[in-house]
Design a protein around this ligand. Structure first.
Ligand code: FAD
Ligand code: NAD
Length: 466
């Protein structure tokens, strides 16, 4: 064995690299193993960052094309997709290199290679040249993330049948794109290609998009996306996808058995992701998985083995980068003898479409199911002066508060900068605030955040501007 560490993290995604940095900050001799050749995981390489870059660039393109409606005349607006992709790739490179710098700065040893268990305390690392190194570890943290799932019998070729990874690097704007699954990825990537000129059809199994989201928000969301030109085929399931010389034919049937075929250039399959434990040789460490093949952990992220932990997409819970990061910090603090903790009631979820959609805490459906007596405060961006001033006034803020105590139980927003506005509610919820606390907090004028204040006032039926 060449070297021994107090902690070894397998996976350099937002869960893994953040965990490694925190462990090193707490004084542990730490290593982080990453197989993809660059740090930052799914999030920085093929997830959050490139998708948000393309969402922003495609939105800029769309906006510039429509500026003349606002009295700004521009010449002919042309798309240079190749340059746009380079701009996205640059954002990824800068950020992944930034993470490498952070590991170095914090004295975390970075191993480039594939990690697998040799035993409970030993990890084998195979690099790109198949050279193997074995390192020892007192504590091991599995942070190997997740990978896209396809439909039964259908393989991604990333040219015609795409996962999110392929949808981030299409070389020519497709004329027609079918998106299977109306969740986070389908709606974000569908929006990108729709704005760049593709006719986008979303085929969704359920009767609503973004399952788990507050139903009123999800209905408003679909209405807005339809207005933008995205076509929805709800309660449809895909029976078959056949590739042909032009692209593919997606055969579907609806809930009554009616069949419909879609000819398209590309199909994006975005029906979820699965935990990634492949090639870990997890059996050698005796670590148990659950029925969904996630690494099974207790509330302190410990597996059934005393010195082995797991965090992020590879364990239960929402597959979100900030959830993985917070778990990475909590587990590092636990290993160092502190009391790390993640509050799963205040993890925000954001869809970065236009408008953005953001939610935190309980939905109305969840409160009803639990027989909780609640009050609702709502405020439309149509009555928010900043939103009206810049002609970006679609959507609303909805706050749910306990009927008796007024404690904020959840908030759901659709509208401009919803992903930023939700942070205020997160802080409020962490402090156990009431809707009155938010309503009595001075918010700058004119800002979008005044819509949050007004929604809070509206819980007690005393909004001023509606
Ligand atoms: P990952 O980021 O998946 O990192 C795991 C890393 O481990 C990978 O780099 C992998 O190469 C490495 N690895 C796996 N096995 C081994 C091994 N045996 N040896 C060495 N290395 C290994 N979340 C958000 O919160 N906001 C967003 O806007 C958002 N957008 C997304 C957009 C897309 C298109 C996708 C696909 C995902 C998006 N997500 C978003 C989800 C987010 O990317 C994940 O929740 C997050 O990356 C999970 O972090 P993680 O550290 O658990 O795993
Ligand atoms: P998802 O779980 O968000 O959505 C999957 C959708 O596919 C659901 O609406 C589901 O009903 C539908 N579906 C499932 N099987 C189907 C079938 N056979 N036919 C038609 N529809 C079907 O999954 P995703 O969009 O693939 O994203 C994976 C994960 O990545 C998300 O859960 C999310 O945690 C993460 N992500 C987050 C962000 C963000 O935070 N902005 C962005 C992208 C991805």
């Amino acid at each position: 064995m060449s070297e021994k560490f107090q902690a070894v993290v397998i996976g350099g995604g937002p869960g893994g690299y953040v965990c490694a940095i925190r462990l090193a900050q707490l004084g542990l001799k730490t290593a982080c193993i990453e197989s993809r050749g660059s740090l930052g995981g799914t999030c920085l390489n093929v997830g959050c960052i490139p998708s948000k870059s393309l969402l922003n660039l495609s939105e800029e393109f769309h906006k510039v094309k429509n500026l003349s409606n606002k009295g700004i005349e521009v010449g002919e607006v042309k798309l240079n997709l190749n340059k746009m992709m380079k701009s996205k790739d640059k954002a990824v490179t800068v950020l992944t290199k930034g993470v490498e710098f952070l590991l170095k700065k914090n004295k975390v040893t970075y191993f480039k290679g594939h990690g697998s268990f040799k035993s409970k305390n030993e990890i084998n690392i195979k690099d790109a040249d198949n050279k193997e190194t074995v390192i020892g570890a007192d504590n091991i943290i599995i942070a190997t993330g997740s990978v896209p799932v396809s439909l039964p019998g259908i393989d991604f070729d990333e040219k015609t049948i795409l996962s999110s990874t392929g949808a981030l690097k299409i070389e020519q704007v497709p004329k027609k794109m079918v998106v299977v699954g109306g969740g986070y990825i389908g709606l974000e990537m569908g929006s990108v290609w729709s704005r760049l000129g593709a006719e986008v059809h979303v085929v969704e199994f359920l009767e609503h998009i973004t399952p788990g989201m507050d139903r009123e928000i999800s209905q408003e969301f679909m209405k807005i996306l339809k207005k933008q030109g995205i076509k929805f085929h709800m309660q449809h399931k895909v029976e078959e996808i056949k590739k042909d010389s032009e692209g593919a034919i997606v055969s579907t049937s609806d809930k009554d058995g009616n069949k419909k075929d879609f000819d398209c250039d590309v199909v994006l399959i975005s029906v979820g992701r699965k935990p990634n434990t492949e090639g870990l040789n997890i059996e050698a460490a005796g670590v148990e998985l659950d029925e969904k093949h996630r690494v099974k952990t207790d509330k302190n992220f410990k597996t059934n083995q005393n010195n082995i932990y797991a965090i992020g997409d590879v364990i239960t819970g929402p597959m979100l980068a900030h959830k993985a990061e917070d778990e990475g910090i909590a587990v590092a603090e636990n290993i160092a003898g502190q009391s790390g903790h993640v509050n799963y009631d205040t993890i925000p979820g954001v869809v970065y479409t236009t408008p953005e959609v953001a939610s935190i805490g309980k939905t109305e459906e969840q409160l009803k199911e639990k027989n909780v007596d609640y009050k609702i405060g709502k405020f439309s961006f149509m009555a928010n002066s900043r939103a009206k001033a810049i002609d970006d006034a679609e959507g609303f803020v909805k706050i749910l508060a306990d009927a008796k105590t007024d404690k904020v139980l959840g908030a759901h927003l659709i509208g401009p900068h919803a992903g930023e506005l939700i942070a205020e509610i997160g802080v409020a919820m962490e402090f156990g605030a009431s809707s009155e606390d938010i309503a009595r907090t001075c918010h700058a004028h004119p800002t979008f955040s005044e819509a949050v204040k007004e929604a809070a006032l509206s819980v007690d039926k005393r909004a001023i501007h509606s």
